[in-house]
Design a protein around this ligand. Structure first.
Ligand code: ASP
Length: 330
C-alpha cells in the first residue's frame, strides 16, 4: 500500500518538476523574437502622433528583420544582432546613432550579446567610434578568447576584424544634445530611455539575447551600466530563457536581473512570467530601481514586465503577427 502511494505520488509530481509554473511544457511557438527600445517616462501625452507612429514602425522593422532570419531557419544570435543593428542605426533610440551624451558631451556606447546554446558571450563598454556596438560584441564572442573589451582596446580589436568605425560626430543628434542641456540646467539625476535589446528563440531551440545602449544622459565619463554586463543587462540559456534589460543600470547590476530570472526558472522551476515579474516588479523596486525587461523562453512564451510609465516593446512569434506596445496601457 505504502509503495503504491509513493508510485502514485511520483506520477503526480514528476511531470511538474520540469514545468515552468502555469505556462507548462507545451510549445507555444516554434520560434520568435521579442525586442525593446527602452523603458522610461514614456506616456501617450508625451508623444505626438508622429512620434508614436515612428516608434511603432521602427520596432516593427526590427521585429520583421529578426522574423525573416528565424523563419528561414537562421540562428537566434543572427536574429538578435540583426534586430538590434536596425535600432542602433535609427536615431530614435539611445543606442548607436542616437546614443545619449555623457556629462562631458561625448558618447560612450555599451553592448553585449549571449548565445544560450553555448553560454558564450561577448561585450564591449565605453566605445566611441563603433557604428554598431552589437556587431563588435558579437565579434568579441565569436573571434576572441575573451568576453569583455573596453574603450580603445575594444575598438582596436574591432578594427583588426574589419568593424565599421565612424567619426565621433556621427553620434551627435540635436535631440540628445538638448536632453543633456536640460538635464545639466536642472542638475537633475541622470536619466535613461531608448536603450535597445532583443531576445530570440530559433527553430533549433536555441535562445540568444543582446542589448545595446548609449547609457544614461549626463553619466560620468567612464561609467559603465548594466547593458554590457552578462547576467545583469543580458542573459541567455537554452535551459531557461533569453532576457534583455533596460532601466537604471546600477540597480540592474546590483540585482543581477537577467541571470536571476533564469536562475529562478532553473532552480525553482518558476515560469518565465512568474520569474520575470518577481525580479522586475518586486526585487528591483525594493532596492529602489526601475525599468523593465523583455524575454522569451524555450517554449516561445514571452514576458515583458516594466515598472516605468512605458517601455517601447514588441514581439513576433511563428504566426507572423507583429505585436508592438509603447505605454503602460499598450
Ligand atoms: N540600462 C542602461 C544603462 O544603465 C540605460 C537604459 O536602459 O536606459 O546604461
Amino acid at each position: 500500500m505504502g509503495k503504491l502511494f509513493i508510485i502514485l505520488l511520483a506520477l503526480v509530481l514528476l511531470p511538474a518538476s520540469g514545468m515552468y509554473g502555469g505556462e507548462g511544457d507545451e510549445q507555444k511557438s516554434e520560434f520568435g523574437i521579442v525586442v525593446h527600445g527602452g523603458a522610461g517616462g514614456i506616456s501617450r501625452d508625451g508623444y505626438t502622433p508622429e512620434q508614436d507612429a515612428a516608434y511603432r514602425e521602427a520596432l516593427s522593422e526590427a521585429l520583421r528583420a529578426g522574423y525573416e532570419i528565424l523563419r528561414n531557419g537562421g540562428s537566434s544570435v543572427d536574429a538578435v544582432e540583426a534586430a538590434i543593428t536596425i535600432m542602433e542605426d535609427d536615431s530614435l533610440f539611445n543606442a548607436g546613432r542616437g546614443a545619449v551624451f555623457t556629462a562631458e558631451g561625448k558618447n560612450e556606447l555599451d553592448a553585449s550579446i549571449m548565445d544560450g546554446s553555448t553560454l558564450n558571450a561577448g561585450a564591449v563598454a565605453g566605445v566611441t567610434r563603433v557604428k554598431n556596438p552589437i556587431t563588435l560584441a558579437r565579434l568579441v564572442m565569436d573571434e576572441s578568447r575573451h568576453v569583455m573589451f573596453a574603450r580603445e582596446g575594444a575598438e582596436v580589436f574591432g578594427e583588426q576584424h574589419g568593424i565599421e568605425t565612424v567619426p565621433e560626430d556621427y553620434f551627435f543628434t540635436e535631440r540628445r544634445w538638448r536632453t543633456l542641456q536640460r538635464r545639466q540646467e536642472r542638475e537633475a539625476a541622470e536619466e535613461s530611455g531608448g536603450t535597445v535589446g532583443a531576445a530570440a528563440l530559433d527553430k533549433n531551440g536555441n535562445l540568444a539575447a543582446g542589448t545595446s545602449t548609449g547609457g544614461m544622459t549626463n553619466k560620468r565619463f567612464g561609467r559603465i551600466g548594466d547593458s554590457p554586463v552578462i547576467g545583469a543587462g543580458t542573459y541567455a540559456n537554452n535551459k531557461t530563457c533569453a532576457v534583455s534589460a533596460t532601466g537604471h543600470g546600477e540597480y540592474f547590476i546590483r540585482s543581477v536581473v537577467t541571470y536571476d530570472i533564469s536562475a529562478k526558472m532553473e532552480y525553482k522551476g518558476m515560469s518565465l512570467h512568474d520569474a520575470a515579474h518577481r525580479v522586475v516588479m518586486e526585487k528591483l523596486p525594493d532596492l529602489g530601481g526601475h525599468g523593465g525587461i523583455i524575454s522569451i523562453d524555450k517554449h516561445g512564451n514571452v514576458a515583458m514586465p516594466f515598472t516605468t510609465g512605458g517601455m517601447h516593446r514588441g514581439y513576433i512569434l511563428d504566426d507572423g503577427e507583429i505585436v508592438v506596445k509603447l505605454y503602460g496601457d499598450e
